[in-house]
Design a protein around this ligand. Structure first.
Ligand code: FAD
Length: 531
């Protein structure tokens, strides 16, 4: 693994193009299908609505679930219901933090959405001032900054984005539609042995999606099919059925387990934090936690354990795990609060990247994004933001394509779908994914039990550099820089700005044979400073 510079993170360029060309596309597709109504599918559908006459989101779940508010409250906490959530996205019962880069994209794409979320009770969050955060064993300083976001449950966020899409007029949702394959204009036999042409003109054209709806099989036609069906996407086998190769996969598995319970925030609750983030530290701090405030005066409390040291899902075990965490805040909070759900676990957390971009051949008329391509260990909270950025990339890709091909809106409608070379999109996407992948896997690589010798020199340098950086995290400037990179707002290259890097490099040379310095110990309180 190599550490890439700012060139691998072309988000600012995308922003400028959006400003230049506005929401309207220069070309037009007639129809697009999005497989999966999760966050990646919703973000993609929003962008496609600028480029297509009609967008249809196909979702296997029978219905959108009620927002995650458990209803039948009983006195026996062991028998409380799980937080409500639709079965297609069981992860939505766990903490879902939207990184600041995701908030920025949301503000740009859905004006007024943030206000709507706040009006429904999602707490605003002044990140550095109101979060008690422990990273790599060091407490982050607390100070006022312009890093302002909000905290919302995944269910409410999804619900509100879906509402906005409904309001667009050309996006429709079909629930109870489980996609089981792709329809195409050519058979496997006619494809085998053909060479790839640059435009993809000799490739199979995907013409739609085959779904099961109750007991029936239905084929829906589209000019473009977008796979956003998440971690368990069947796209590799659908491609194989069309005569294409199965992509290679990279996985880095830190063997992380989650356990989550929702609580009602006590009425007179007083603390110097709104949110708590306790991150782990390789190799000695295996347990972490998040207390996320969400709408309805509730906390979503997720406990996290690395390397198989998973938090238990029974009440006594859950509470004991919380009590033993390095910071006291989580235990203090949950021992004062009323639980409103049972405890749910989650184990499918490995980083997994399907390298579609490395395939030599790829059919026309299909692309993939979201967890379907690259799913991250959720502790880094990158999935929704990366999905939003992937949709930005899709917008950019379609705009460029129409401009270069000269395919006008009129032609698009009259002559049918242009030959969209989807492989070009997968390559662009892969470039963008490099940064979040490196951020998520750098430490997980060590937790995964790989030997130091397996890591590249650049990675080993980076581990050391970050450890020393965390020793200086009490300095507001270092903290801001670190925070902006972790929130995908700034590229990793900003960690090496001379003012930040020189003292760290000096420390590294001085302490060549030593571990980085003092670390916070159990119970130590966050330090208060001002910028
Ligand atoms: C425990 C956990 C915690 C997480 N915490 C965070 C966090 O804090 N912050 C963050 O940004 N991200 C977080 N994530 C990641 C986040 O949930 C996803 O990355 C993000 O929602 C994008 O996922 P997606 O839309 O690609 O897939 P999903 O959200 O999984 O959605 C896929 C959708 O496709 C549907 N579907 C699947 N197969 C079919 C089919 N054959 N036909 C029709 N429909 C189908 C599913 O029902 C589902 O609705 C977390 C993930 C997990 C597992």
């Amino acid at each position: 693994m190599r550490w890439h510079g700012p060139g691998s993170y072309p988000v600012e360029i995308i922003d400028r193009r959006h400003l230049l060309f506005g929401g309207r596309s220069v070309g037009l597709l007639r129809t697009a299908i999005v497989i999966g109504g999760g966050m990646a599918g919703l973000f993609a559908a929003n962008v496609l609505a600028d480029h297509c006459e009609q967008v249809t989101v196909l979702e296997r779940d029978e219905a959108w679930s009620p927002l995650s508010r458990p209803t039948d409250h009983t006195a026996n906490t062991n028998r409380l219901p799980q937080a409500a959530g639709r079965s297609g996205v069981p992860q939505s019962r766990h903490v879902h933090v939207l990184l600041l880069r995701g908030v920025q994209v949301l503000r740009k794409r859905f004006p007024g959405l943030e206000e709507a979320l706040l009006a429904r009770g999602a707490p605003p969050l002044n990140w550095l001032k109101e979060t008690a955060a422990l990273a790599g064993g060091s407490w982050l300083p607390r100070f006022d900054s312009n890093l302002l976001g909000f905290s919302v449950s995944r269910a409410l966020l999804e619900d509100q984005v879906r509402e906005r899409l409904r309001g667009r007029g050309n996006v429709q949702f079909r629930t109870g539609h489980r996609v089981v394959g792709l329809s195409s204009s050519r058979t496997r036999a006619s494809v085998n042995g053909r060479r790839e042409s640059k435009s993809g003109a000799n490739e199979v054209r995907v013409t739609g999606a085959v779904c099961t709806v109750e007991d029936e099989t239905v084929t829906l036609q589209a000019d473009l099919v977008v796979d956003a069906s998440g971690r368990s996407s069947r796209l590799p086998s659908w491609l194989e059925e069309l005569g294409y190769a199965v992509p290679q996969e990279s996985t880095v598995n830190g063997d992380v387990g989650y356990a989550t319970r929702w609580y009602r925030i006590p009425e007179n609750w007083q603390a110097d934090w709104k949110m708590v983030l306790l991150a782990t530290r390789f190799p000695d701090i295996k347990g972490g936690a998040v207390v996320q405030p969400v709408e309805g005066d509730r906390w979503v409390v997720t406990l996290v354990g690395y390397a198989g040291d998973h938090p238990p899902t029974d009440e006594a075990g859950f509470e004991d795990f919380a009590r033993r965490l390095i910071g006291p805040q989580v235990w203090e909070a949950i021992s004062a609060a009323e639980p409103i759900t049972g405890i749910g676990g989650y184990r499918r957390t490995e980083n997994r990247w399907r390298h579609y971009e490395k395939l030599k051949r790829w059919p026309q008329g299909v692309i993939a994004l979201g967890d379907s391509v690259c799913a991250f260990n959720p502790v880094y909270a990158q999935g929704m933001t990366v999905s939003a950025l992937s949709a930005e990339l899709l917008d950019d890709y379609l705009r460029n394509y129409f401009r270069r091909s000269g395919n006008s809106r009129k032609e698009g409608l009259q002559n049918g779908p242009p030959a969209l070379p989807g492989l070009a999109f997968q390559k662009k996407l892969a470039k963008m994914l490099q940064t979040p992948w490196q951020l998520a896997t750098s430490d997980d690589f060590r937790w995964a039990g790989r030997k130091a010798g397996d890591a590249s020199i650049a990675d080993r340098f980076m581990h050391r550099y970050i450890e020393h950086m965390l020793d200086r995290i009490h300095r507001p400037e270092v903290c801001l820089t670190f925070f902006n990179v972790a929130h995908l707002v700034s590229p990793p290259a900003s960690l090496f700005r001379p003012r930040i890097a020189l003292p760290i490099l000096r420390d590294m040379v001085k302490n060549r044979f030593l571990q980085p310095g003092a670390k916070a110990t159990k119970g130590q309180e966050p330090e208060a400073t001002s910028l």
